[in-house]
Write a new protein. Structure first.
Length: 457
């Protein structure tokens, strides 16, 4: 199976014809490991919440309060990673493997510096952050400690994310998937030790996750730098000094994504501020429901990563018609899969929330908002996978603008109006509306096809 998938990827670089069945098989074969990796990463947060949830609603609210800020930091790191890995995908598509390694060397230095800067920011803001987000004195201490530990682990998350992104852009989805699944298992073990055996509570959840991430980052770097057929640096010496052309291209690709993550993350923070006055039950139900919903949309992100790889290599190889076919089929597959996931989430919402918390009020409220969100999953899939297509093409500026406009003009405006009257349900109705509008706009851009004209120089 691995050899067959590798041969099909070679078809792209060699300019060979592919049947519809071969294209669909390649999309699925690349997507499945990536979906498993995405789900395992989500399960890791799910585990944190489930374990912390049994400490009580205050502990859950403490983690939930800083969750969106944590996602903001990770999102900025992901944008930096993609600025380099998209270049690598294009060079691999053009069969210029030495140029791909050259970009990889520079990315290691740049991403390391970036992660250290972000850790310093986390150190500086961890104390007042819970109060900025509207948290009460009863949860501020735990929230601050949790954010500090996760922030200090930023280098681990950055290196694990960069290595996984590079391997995926080379077509190797299995290693990142296996490592992430292993990390999920380790997270359970370490969380159990630090939360319960050592009685460290919320702080133990953060330490357990960071320890699991340390093991995963080490393994991912090993497979990338020492074992990858296309990208290993062992036996291929070269300079690690960042070059102007590589940095400029990475900035061109990553800056719009970074701005998008910054403003989208800021919007999530504003959303948290809107939810915070609704009380600890609403904060806990909101954060837990977000984690449960992520199990629904993670398959979409897995398919999106496969689309990024296929589109990136297809454009690098100059195969625009094949690239368009991969894009359309990937988006269609994503919509189909997430529609089914949305139906399952609607039916089993109470049971999923019960896994997260023993508190009836949290379970009931979380189930209600999940059923509102279930209706938006098809168009959310369109947004996720189409954005993966655009990233693979290096087309990030206009999609970022589209996302930001929808987030701020639709979601936050509606949420601020509906929250005082309808509580958390109003906030999630605004979220579902935003995702539906955004999906329609992304589909229009996908069909117009301007994204295919991008090329990494």
């Amino acid at each position: 199976m691995a050899k067959e998938k590798k041969d099909l990827l070679a078809y792209i670089r060699d300019g060979r014809e592919m049947t519809r069945g071969e294209k669909l098989r390649l999309i699925v074969e690349l997507s499945i490991p990536s979906i498993l990796a995405q789900i395992s990463a989500t399960v890791m947060f799910f585990i944190d919440y489930a374990m912390v949830g049994h400490l009580g609603e205050k502990a859950t609210a403490a983690v939930g309060l800083v969750e969106t800020t944590t996602w903001l930091m990770f999102g900025l790191g992901s944008a930096v990673n993609m600025g380099f890995s998209v270049q690598v995908a294009h060079f691999i598509g053009a069969k210029d493997f030495e140029a791909a390694r050259r970009v990889l060397r520079q990315s290691l230095v740049c991403c390391l510096v970036w992660s250290l800067m972000m850790s310093l920011v986390c150190i500086g803001v961890h104390g007042p952050l819970p109060y900025w987000l509207g948290g009460s004195e009863t949860i501020a201490h735990d929230a601050s400690i949790y954010f500090l530990i996760v922030g200090l682990s930023g280098m681990l998350f950055q290196m694990e994310g960069l290595s996984g992104s590079m391997l995926k852009c080379s077509g190797n989805m299995k290693i990142p998937s296996a490592v992430n699944i292993m990390m999920c298992v380790l997270d359970v073990v370490f969380n159990y030790i630090f939360i319960y055996q050592l009685d460290m509570g919320v702080k133990g959840a953060a330490i357990g996750t960071a320890t699991a991430e340390l093991v995963a980052a080490s393994l991912m770097l090993y497979f990338l730098l020492c074992r990858s057929d296309m990208l290993r640096l062992a036996g291929h010496p070269g300079s690690f000094r960042p070059r102007g052309d590589t940095i400029r291209t990475a900035f061109k690709i990553g800056a719009p994504m970074g701005l998008q993550h910054l403003l989208m993350g800021s919007a999530q923070v504003v959303s948290t501020i809107i939810v915070a006055p609704l009380g600890t039950v609403a904060i806990a139900a909101n954060s837990m429901a977000i984690t449960v919903e992520s199990l629904c949309y993670m398959p979409g992100y897995g398919i999106a990563e496969a689309a990024t790889t296929l589109v990136g290599q297809g454009i690098g190889a100059g195969q625009k018609l094949l690239t368009r076919s991969f894009a359309y089929m990937s988006v269609g597959l994503g919509i189909g899969v997430m529609t089914v996931m949305g139906m399952l989430m609607y039916v089993f919402a109470p049971e999923l929330m019960a896994l997260m918390s023993p508190v009836d009020a949290i379970i009931d409220l979380g189930a209600d908002v999940l059923r509102i969100e279930a209706w938006a999953e098809p168009m959310f899939a369109a947004t996720i996978v189409a954005n993966g297509v655009f990233i693979g093409a290096g087309d990030t500026l206009i999609p970022a603008f589209m996302s930001l406009t929808s987030m701020w003009a639709v979601r936050l405006s509606l949420a601020s109006m509906l929250a005082p009257r309808f509580g958390l349900k109003g906030v999630w109705f605004a979220m579902a509306t935003d995702l539906t509008v955004r999906g329609i706009v992304f589909l229009i851009r996908l069909l117009r096809g301007n994204w295919r004209n991008h090329q990494i120089k």
